[in-house]
Design a protein around this ligand. Structure first.
Ligand SMILES: C[S@@+](CC[C@H](N)C(=O)[O-])C[C@H]1O[C@@H](n2cnc3c(N)ncnc32)[C@H](O)[C@@H]1O
Length: 410
């Protein structure tokens, strides 16, 4: 194959550079001239002919092979600006513009929730992230993303793979660093037979709670997370914002967006990231599809001191969104759906004309679609706060404030 020379025009949603054609070129930046063999629509191993001024030396030795990060070759300023631009572009597709605030980027080594892969090998076991566009597991001698307490657990996870893994299957370790230690939910392992069940508790000094598939193995202590002043015991594998700093930035934005609200609904509430701190000021009704999360939220609220009333409801908000007449009793709503967004629920919010809405999203495209439903119904999009808790990855998250025009912007 002969070399082709191309100029990168922009980054795509996966973080790959895109040259006219289109040709997708990983690990490049806009404006760079690169050369290499093109296979189909990809240039996998580009030689950088003219580097961008935003190009930096990646801090991690595994960056070229590990699939965990794809933007480590760009300056922090570039990544923050690019993430804000992704939001701006998604909004522009719906003719929306607003103030896009400076991206709140979580520090290196702050991820408290991560999923690592593990597999048995001829020599023993391997635990790490999957490689870039591959199933191969990259062993990690360093990681600039996950919290040190998760990184140093890798040898322990390798021991678990030796006991409960096979050479044909990949184990998945969903890790959450809680205030009482690491909560670990394993999937893809051998069946939990008697000998395996008897062997696993030897890891109890490093892993606080271990779950194998759907089965609890042991809980040395109840994992505890604090959402503002309220302690929550999350169920295994519970959703949690990826970094404490990201959670704080989202929570501050949600609180600002709902300033003045006296009766709040939290939709897609998880186990209470927003509902519980908001309940220090106003009564909150928290709605969530996963019963184990609603139960954890409800139990935390019952044991907390000084909260306004918190009610919970387990409900599938895609199939059965809260109806306009149900929403009429709230003057503030926070809505934080999964990547698909919440089209049906947002239509009901628009009809109900809830005065203040704080939207949280991990997908700017569905966010913009849903925000447009509200602006078409007369809401003002006051601002968007980009939040980067998946540092060096192309994921973009945000919080946004919308309100009816007679209210001052929060
Ligand atoms: C992005 S998470 C946000 C959770 C929470 N707001 C937080 O910050 O921790 C989305 C939540 O929506 C819930 N969910 C997903 N599909 C749902 C549905 N159809 N109905 C209700 N909840 C759903 C998930 O269980 C998850 O807790």
């Amino acid at each position: 194959m002969t070399d082709t020379q191309v100029t990168i025009h922009r980054l795509g949603h996966q973080g790959d550079g895109i040259a006219p054609g289109p040709v997708f070129v990983p690990l490049t930046l806009p404006g760079e001239v690169v050369a290499g063999a093109v296979d189909g629509d990809r240039m996998e191993a580009p030689r950088i002919v003219t580097p961008s001024p935003d190009r930096v030396r990646a801090p991690c030795a595994h960056f070229r092979s590990c699939g965990g990060c794809s933007l480590m070759h760009a300056s922090d300023g570039f990544v923050a600006g690019w993430k804000a631009q992704v939001i701006e572009t998604a909004l522009a597709a719906h003719d929306l513009t607003t103030e896009i605030r400076a991206t709140a980027t979580s520090p290196a080594r702050s991820r408290r929730r991560a999923t690592l892969a593990g597999r048995r090998t001829k020599k023993g076991a391997l635990v790490g992230f999957h490689g870039r566009r591959s199933d191969v597991i990259v062993p990690l001698t360093e990681c600039h993303v996950i919290a040190p307490d998760l990184f140093t657990l890798i040898p322990v996870l390798e021991e678990i793979v030796k006991l409960g893994g096979s050479r044909s299957a990949t184990l998945s370790f969903a890790l959450t660093l809680t205030e009482t230690g690491v909560d670990c939910a394993v999937s893809g392992g051998k069946p939990l037979d008697g000998p395996l069940r008897a062997a696993l508790p030897r890891f109890r000094d490093r892993i606080t709670r271990l779950t194998w598939g759907d089965e609890p193995v042991y809980a040395e202590a109840v994992p505890r997370l604090c959402f503002g002043p309220v302690a929550v015991a999350p169920p295994p594998g519970a959703f949690l914002q990826a970094t404490a700093e990201g959670e704080a930035a989202l929570r501050a934005a949600v609180a600002e967006g709902l300033t003045g609200a006296a009766r709040i609904a939290d939709l897609f509430a998880g186990c209470g990231t927003f509902a519980l701190p908001l309940a220090t000021h106003a009564p909150v009704h928290a709605v969530e599809g996963d019963e184990s999360l609603t139960a954890a939220l409800s139990q935390a609220a019952r044991h907390a001191q000084g909260l306004r009333p918190v009610t919970t409801e387990t409900r599938d908000l895609f199939r059965r969104p809260l109806l306009p007449e149900e929403l009429a009793k709230f003057d503030g709503v926070v809505i934080d759906p999964p990547r698909a967004g919440a089209e049906a629920q947002t239509r009901a919010l628009a009809e109900a004309r809830v005065p203040r809405i704080a939207m949280v999203s991990c997908n700017p495209v569905t966010f913009a679609r849903d925000a447009a439903l509200l602006t078409q119904a007369g809401y003002r999009l006051n601002w968007v706060q980009p939040v980067d808790q998946f540092r060096w990855s192309p994921h973009v998250e945000l919080a946004a404030s919308l309100s009816l025009p007679h209210l001052s912007a929060n």
